[in-house]
Write a protein that binds this ligand. Structure first.
Ligand code: ACO
Length: 326
């Protein structure tokens, strides 16, 4: 049985355009100060900077901090960029795979740190989590909410064995946050989205409670390229767009070779792609908002830009969303 036949659960997915608009009003990021370079890893691992860069595109990753602390720092920066007071936020959605505690969720602690008294919940969809969160926020805005924080934050160093050559080279910590607002002008829009999963692949990438990440790297690679292609195509089709209509792609920062292989199939150009992987490693749910922050700081997104987000990860899960920038 092929994984594409009976076990996929894509949808309901669709075009998100409504009478309301959606604006990504402010973006912020946070990285802990401790840097672990590829050369550092060679002190205890049989590897090299050259091998890791060539196979993954990663040069260094960050360690330390807490998920709530990094999420709060990124959220503060996003609120400042949006010119939004914390007390105007009506919902906090925190996408994470590495919460501070098994119980409770980490989002309420972030809300408390920000001085916000509103709904707050964690969302676990691994590396696709932040895009899932954006689509959920769009639904809440359709129901009348005006300002929502959608955060991706991870402390993957607690789940990573830095002596394991397969996983220790990949993962790091960080956070990215976005203030998502109802756009009364309707200029900004979530044009389309695609959410999916295939639980048949749970055991190609997983961690037990209090365990370390276990991964079948080759199978993750193979599945990731397939689902990225399918999900990005689905989102573009639903929005009535082609590759040429997309101004910038912000993919999950897992591995440069996964992105390049998927882009070859999709006809995307790396010139239109935001990558921060070299300096962050794979930060799971944090990686897309971290890259988005970099894109904005570098002036790569303008009003009217069409931006495609593509996430994929453990589960397997995948998520694409296309936003027209307000
Ligand atoms: N340094 C040096 N050599 C290594 C290392 C290392 N860190 N790891 C493996 N090797 C060697 C192996 O021993 C093997 O040597 P041999 O040919 O002499 O036997 C050779 O390199 C190839 O080993 P593979 O395990 O087949 O390595 P591969 O080319 O598959 O690369 C990697 C491993 C980088 C992990 C790759 O499989 C990969 O990138 N997979 C995707 C992983 C990923 O991105 N996961 C997260 C995505 S989803 C999410 O973000 C949650």
């Amino acid at each position: 049985m092929s994984s594409e036949q009976t076990t996929d659960s894509s949808g309901p997915s669709g075009a998100g355009v409504g009478p309301w608009g959606l604006k990504l009003a402010g973006v912020g990021a946070a990285l802990p100060p401790k840097v672990l370079t590829n050369d550092d890893l060679t002190a205890w691992m049989d590897t090299s900077d050259e091998w890791i860069r060539e196979r993954t595109g990663i040069g260094e990753r960050r360690l330390g901090g807490t998920t709530s602390g990094l999420a709060t720092e990124a959220a503060r920066a996003a609120l400042e960029a949006a010119g939004t007071a914390p007390t105007d936020i009506e919902q906090v959605i925190l996408a994470t795979t590495s919460p501070d505690y098994m119980l409770p969720g980490t989002a309420p602690a972030v809300a408390r740190e920000l001085g916000i008294d509103c709904g707050a919940f964690d969302l676990q969809a691994a590396c696709s989590g932040w895009v899932y969160g954006l689509v959920v926020a769009n639904g809440l805005i359709a129901q009348g909410m005006k300002k929502i924080l959608v955060i991706g934050a991870e402390t993957l160093d607690r789940m990573t064995d830095y002596h394991d050559r397969g996983t220790g080279i990949l993962f790091g910590n960080g956070a990215g946050a976005v203030v998502v607002e109802r756009d009364e002008s309707s200029q900004g829009q979530l044009l389309s989205w695609d959410l999916g999963s295939n639980g048949q692949h749970v055991h190609i990438l997983y961690s037990e409670h209090d365990g370390k990440i276990q991964m079948d790297g080759r199978e993750v690679f193979r599945q990731a390229v397939t689902v990225i292609q399918r999900s990005a195509n689905a989102a573009m089709e639903r929005a009535g767009l082609t590759v040429d209509d997309i101004d910038l792609i912000v993919p999950h920062q897992a591995n440069i070779r996964i992105v390049e292989a998927a882009w070859k199939r999709l006809g995307f150009s790396m010139d239109k792609t935001e990558m921060v992987l070299e300096h962050t490693g794979n930060t799971s749910a944090a990686s897309i908002p971290l890259a988005l922050d970099n894109a904005i700081n570098n002036g790569r997104i303008q009003p009217g830009s069409t931006v495609l987000f593509v996430g994929f990860g453990a589960g397997m899960t995948w998520a694409s969303a296309i936003v027209r920038w307000s």
